[in-house]
Design a binder for this molecule. Structure first.
Ligand code: ADP
Ligand code: MG
Length: 597
């Protein structure tokens, strides 16, 4: 017999799709609170949200007459017709959440509007109203959800452990707290307050408190018309994308388009891992489609290319400032060094400030005094930090957000040259350590790319022509790569018998460098099976390495030249392989190492 399902049964089935887990209920409830204009939201859960969820806000409240209506399917105050669907500015719009949650739980709502003398308390079990009475209460709304899925045993089976369900909810509240920094959030789990935010509108402070692993090395502000937020410097990456939070019009979203745009914004400067990023993106409501996923986490951009360009440009602008220079020695500095020092040294240091001579003597007895080793901060730090006190007593540099300025090489003064590799320059409040080889590679890379793209053909004749020998397979493919070298500024010719003769080289290279590059290029092209526009970039990247010799000692004059060439590069910050060309050590970092701060 075919029959139409009782509406309550239908509701339970549909509700199971929208409200899959306790976290989905919490999400809907806090979105309602945000839509209601709340300035403060308290979330309390017990038993991972399975036995108890409470969300209390100080928003606009609901009138006595409308309290029941809010629980009807498709009852919403946020849209009125189909046309509004193209212009959604609220978080909710389907009018389903309260209906769905109440269908699968025992729900109590207590609510009052500011203009009403008294509020209303409404109790529903499995979607049916059990009681409704007037009550005295604060302005705003409290929704208590008990025994979630008590009447849908199948759904209950799919829930994870209390701890897992709780952790999803806590993570969700952290994300909303970052996005809505102007709202005060309080999170209570099994009677314990895990964190509160102060709602003063500063997302950076919230990130620092709730996501210490994202902010551990400080973040660079991103500031464009439609894209705001914070990103890590290219040297402070994480091993997963867990450190990336994207909000579009106040909605947390996952989006491959945004991920891609973010990566592009670093212009190849990420050597490994993923940057940390918290991005707030504003889009015209009519340019996005949030209606493609019941949980609304996935989003479709109707003008994908423009969004991608906006984001990557905003990120590039941020990381191309002086703040984008990777910081040196950060890990050893962030860890409090005293903890890792030898105990006796530590004690002397603390108690004998008066006698420096004694102190030095005691140090003498230790054969070697090594700086503490760098220790990676575990990326799970945010999980443990949740249970830590809300604000840290020590001001770390992460707390002090630097105002980024365009990096200006002219501000740097040469201070020294160490290990025949590293150049020390001093800026205003920091010193910079340049890697001469990485810098060289970057300079050559850009010059070759430019030469290739502009067909610059101006070889510098060499005093003594030299030859390059290649293997048979590479020789047989010379048609594929010889032209490229000529285009890049070589005067090179087939000399027969697997040999090429070079009579002129690109003007900015020494003979040794030019030889290394040409050989590297021929071999790389042979390996790649020829060159075309797509692989040329990779070939040049690879071959720049062959051009740069290790332990070439530079004179001060050559260092000056190197600096001015690097300054002219489009991206002076990293070598073509993505390694930094220089790192920054602030006077603050140094002072902290000496425990002056
Ligand atoms: P939607 O959010 O899609 O409109 P819901 O079922 O979540 O649908 O809520 C139904 C209606 O109940 C909302 O449109 C709103 O008018 C009202 N409402 C729900 N929660 C609150 C709240 N915390 N404060 C004020 N009004 C609320
Ligand atoms: Mg809603």
């Amino acid at each position: 017999m075919i029959r139409v399902l009782d509406s309550f049964v239908a509701d339970k089935i549909a509700a199971g799709e929208v409200i899959e887990r306790p976290v989905s209920a919490v999400k809907e409830l806090i979105e309602n609170s945000i839509d209601a204009g709340a300035g403060s939201i308290i979330v309390e859960i017990r038993g991972g949200g399975k036995s108890y969820i409470r969300v209390t806000d100080d928003g606009c409240g609901i009138s006595f007459d409308e309290a029941e209506t809010a629980f009807l399917r498709h009852a919403t105050s946020k849209i009125s017709g189909i046309a509004d669907l193209d212009n959604i500015i609220s978080l909710g719009f389907r009018g389903e959440a309260l209906a769905s949650i109440s269908a699968v739980s025992r729900l109590t709502m207590v609510t009052r509007r500011a203009e009403d003398m008294s509020g209303v308390k409404l109790v529903l079990h499995g979607g049916r109203v059990v009681s409704k009475e007037r009550t005295g209460c604060n302005t705003g709304t409290t929704v208590i959800v008990e025994d979630l899925f008590y009447n849908t045993p199948a759904r209950r089976k799919f829930m994870k452990t209390d701890a897992r369900e709780a952790s999803s909810i806590i993570e969700l509240i952290q994300q909303y707290a970052v996005c809505y920094a102007g709202i005060r959030f309080m999170m209570i789990n099994n009677g314990m307050t895990l964190f509160t935010t102060n709602g003063d509108g500063d997302p950076y402070a919230v990130i620092r408190t709730l996501y210490p692993s994202i902010a551990k090395n400080g973040l660079i502000p991103v500031e464009n018309e439609h894209v705001k937020g914070y990103v890590s410097d290219p040297g402070s990456t994480m091993s997963t994308r867990k450190g990336q939070l994207f909000f579009v019009n106040g909605r947390l979203v996952s989006s491959a388009v945004i991920e891609k745009a973010l990566d592009e914004g670093y212009l190849g400067r990420i050597f490994s891992g993923f940057p940390a990023a918290v991005l707030f993106i504003e889009a015209e409501p009519c340019d996005i489609d949030v209606n493609i996923h019941p949980g609304k986490q996935e989003i479709r951009f109707l003008r994908q290319d423009e969004v991608r360009k906006d984001i990557s440009e905003a990120v590039s602008k941020a990381v191309m400032t002086d703040s984008g220079v990777p910081k040196g020695f950060v890990n050893s500095i962030e860890k409090s060094p005293e903890k890792q020092l030898n105990d006796s040294v530590q004690q002397k240091n603390e108690t004998e400030q008066t006698s420096i001579r004694e102190f030095l003597k005691s140090l003498d007895r230790h054969d070697s005094y090594e700086m503490p080793e760098a220790v990676e901060t575990p990326e799970t730090a945010e999980e443990t930090a949740v249970y830590a006190p809300v604000s840290s007593p020590v001001k770390t540099e992460a707390e002090v957000i630097r105002k980024p300025a365009l990096f200006d090489f002219a501000d740097l003064a040469f201070k020294g040259y160490v290990f025949n590799t590293y150049i020390i320059m001093q800026g205003k409040d920091e010193l910079y350590i340049f890697d001469q080889h990485a810098a060289h590679e970057r300079i050559f890379y850009e010059k070759f790319m430019r030469g290739y793209n502009n067909s610059a053909h101006s070889p510098q004749p060499v005093l003594t022509a030299f030859t390059i020998n290649v293997s048979n397979d590479v020789y047989s493919m010379s048609g594929e790569w010889l032209g490229d070298l000529i285009r890049m500024g070589y005067d090179i010719e087939d000399f027969g018998d697997c040999t090429f003769i070079v009579r002129g080289i690109p003007s900015y290279m020494s003979v040794g460098e030019a030889e290394g590059f040409a050989r590297g290029y021929a071999e790389a092209a042979g390996e790649a099976g020829g060159s075309n526009r797509v692989v040329i970039d990779k070939l040049i990247t690879k071959s720049c390495k062959s051009a740069v010799k290790a332990h070439d000692v530079l004179s001060e004059h050559e260092i000056t030249d190197l600096m001015s060439e690097l300054a002219k590069c489009d991206n002076p910050y990293s070598c073509p392989h993505g390694r930094p060309t220089f790192i920054r050590v602030s006077s603050y970092d140094i002072e902290r190492s000496f425990r002056r701060k």
